[in-house]
Design a protein around this ligand. Structure first.
Ligand code: TMP
Length: 205
């Protein structure tokens, strides 16, 4: 039987990575031997290219293609083989990050970047079975993560506000796939909620 694909999404500073570490150590989840992974991938040719692009002032369309190439590599080498073996795959960021982030970074370059980026994935990506959206006010998130690259604090908040709106729009469009988690609370409480939902989901069928 095909395994389940679970993804974790949210704006920078949502505390997602802290919770992911907790999930990796969680004994209730360990019973299922889930495969933990992430996008951008780490230690791969495509993941390294993405990392270099993020650190430098790379053209935003070029950045989209690097993120998307990394997704293709991630799917081919890790996600699909694991799902085919019946494994539960838990990915820290996945395609919805591209739709939301590049949906904003490309808004001055393309007429409808969100639809365009989604179209780019059509026919070959694997749609997650369950997606947690770690939702948080951009003001709180920015305080948590500091500033990225050249952006001022104000630009960063404005940027993340746009990304968050897109994420919330996806959740509204697909309520059966998305679970919105209030990420402003303690990581332990967020962990508890996420673990319970994952267990309910995996044990459902
Ligand atoms: P990380 O902080 O989860 O390592 O992700 C790195 C940054 O890249 C983060 O700001 C989100 C962004 N990102 C995109 O813009 N597009 C994508 O497709 C992915 C996976 C991440």
């Amino acid at each position: 039987m095909q395994g389940k694909l679970i993804t974790l999404e949210g704006i920078d500073g949502s505390g997602k990575s802290t919770v992911v570490k907790k999930l990796q150590e969680n004994s209730e989840l360990r019973v299922f031997e889930p495969v933990f992974t992430r996008e951008p991938t780490r230690g791969t040719l495509t993941g390294n290219a993405v990392e270099n692009a993020i650190q430098s002032n790379t053209d935003q369309l070029a950045e989209l293609f690097l993120f998307t190439a990394d997704h293709a590599e991630h799917l081919a080498k890790l996600v699909k083989p694991a799902l085919e073996k019946g494994k539960t795959v838990i990915s820290d960021r996945y395609s919805d990050s591209r739709y939301a982030y590049q949906g904003i970074t490309l808004k001055n370059r393309l007429e409808n970047p969100l639809e365009w980026v989604k179209y780019l994935h059509r026919g070959w990506t694997v749609v997650p079975d369950l997606t947690f959206l770690f939702d948080i006010e951009p003001e709180i998130a920015v305080k948590r993560c500091g500033k990225r690259g050249e952006q001022t604090k104000f630009e960063k908040i404005e940027f993340l506000r746009g990304v968050r709106e897109l994420f919330l729009g996806f959740a509204a469009e697909e309520p059966e796939r998305f679970v919105i988690v209030d990420a402003s609370g303690f990581p332990e409480d967020v962990e508890k909620k996420v673990v319970q939902k994952i267990l309910d989901f995996v044990q459902r069928d």
